[in-house]
Write a protein that binds this ligand. Structure first.
Ligand code: PLP
Length: 332
């Protein structure tokens, strides 16, 4: 991702904490495109990042800043994958790290957090409960809290996904729709920021149409879908959040206003997919493409299909779905 360092928050000569994140493959899947019903269809496989999810990008950026600012330690609440990324980049930077995760987080993810040497605290409840514990710990310890959208740098790392889509489309065109599995919102917010920046900076052809940003949520935890349907610019917390796509189990997203604004500005949409449909689409994606689909990526595929069926895009639309993590993190 450091190919874009000129537009990332680092000073010349400053140390970049890097593990080889970014420039993940954009894989075209013609046979899935037929079954989804759009035009051309691609999956951007973020599971191939270090630490096996897109979270590597944001935490790479945040830990690079934390190192430059000589912070004594870092902590984060996580639905899982951000915890692995924090642990790994903190290890690379040799900064102490503490992670708060729900007890129900898939065991391979918890194992990875421990393997990278972070202190792991298991919390009863969901990521919101982990967030409260993290805030208290940050206050008591002086460790810096790098929770989603509480600091500015994670989104800066995330925006490189938007630049990459433009680069992988040859800087000449963009997909008609991007489907992003969304919990707290930093991936969605980052990609949209990148598109707006590229327009402002003249990186894209004049008057290019920007993609519709379409978010994928689980029916058991869909606060952003509900807010969009209600015409609200804030999401009210989802009661009793449940989904096996653990990255989407974010009942009270802190970035709600930005995500909702992104969907509206881009004429996008939001869909909630039930657990059986997420499971079926995850298996379909993996078994029909060889991409190690995470449940969140499966939710993305099911959302693409729902989006075409709902008439949000034309039947010939070019669609990119993000597989945000790796199926391996969810098998045990
Ligand atoms: C694999 C995966 N996909 C999607 C998400 C949701 O991302 P965000 O919170 O940036 O919306 C997460 C969050 O943990 C995740 O781990």
């Amino acid at each position: 991702m450091w190919r874009y360092e000129a537009v990332l928050p680092v000073a010349p000569g400053e140390h970049r904490v890097t593990l080889g994140e970014g420039m993940t493959p954009l894989i075209e899947l013609p046979h899935l495109s037929r079954s989804v019903g759009g035009g051309r269809f691609w999956v951007k496989d973020e599971g191939l990042n270090p630490t096996a999810s897109f979270k590597a990008r944001g935490l790479c950026m945040a830990i690079t800043r934390a190192k430059a600012m000589k912070l004594p330690g870092v902590c984060v609440p996580t639905a899982g994958n951000a915890g692995i990324a924090l642990a790994a980049y903190a290890a690379a930077a040799r900064i102490p790290a503490r992670v708060y995760a729900p007890r129900t987080t898939p065991p391979p993810i918890l194992g990875s957090i421990r393997a990278f040497g972070a202190e792991l605290e298991l919390v009863d409840g969901h990521i919101g409960d982990a967030g409260k514990a993290t805030m208290q710990f940050a206050k008591d310890s002086g460790f810096f809290n790098v929770a989603t959208v509480r600091e500015p740098y994670r989104v800066e790392g995330m925006k490189t996904m938007g630049y990459e889509i433009a680069e992988q489309f040859g800087w000449q065109s963009l997909p008609d729709a991007i489907v992003y599995p969304t919990g707290g919102g930093e991936g969605t917010i980052g990609i949209w920021k990148a598109f707006k920046e590229m327009v402002e900076w003249g990186w894209l052809p004049p008057r290019i149409a920007l993609p519709r940003m379409v978010i994928a949520q689980a029916a058991g935890c869909a606060p952003l879908v509900r807010a969009l349907e209600a015409g609200s610019d804030r999401a009210t917390p989802w009661e009793n959040p449940m989904t096996h796509a653990s990255g989407l189990r974010v009942p009270g997203p802190l970035g709600d206003r930005w995500v909702l604004r992104t969907i509206r500005e881009s004429n996008g949409g939001a869909f909630a997919i039930n657990e059986d449909a997420i499971r079926a689409a995850t298996f379909e994606l993996a078994s029909q493409s060889g991409i190690d689909a995470a449940p969140e990526g499966g939710c993305g595929l099911a959302t693409a299909r729902a989006m075409v069926a709902a008439g949000l895009v034309n039947p010939g639309a070019n669609i990119v779905v993000f597989n945000t993590g790796s199926g391996a993190s969810y098998r045990w």
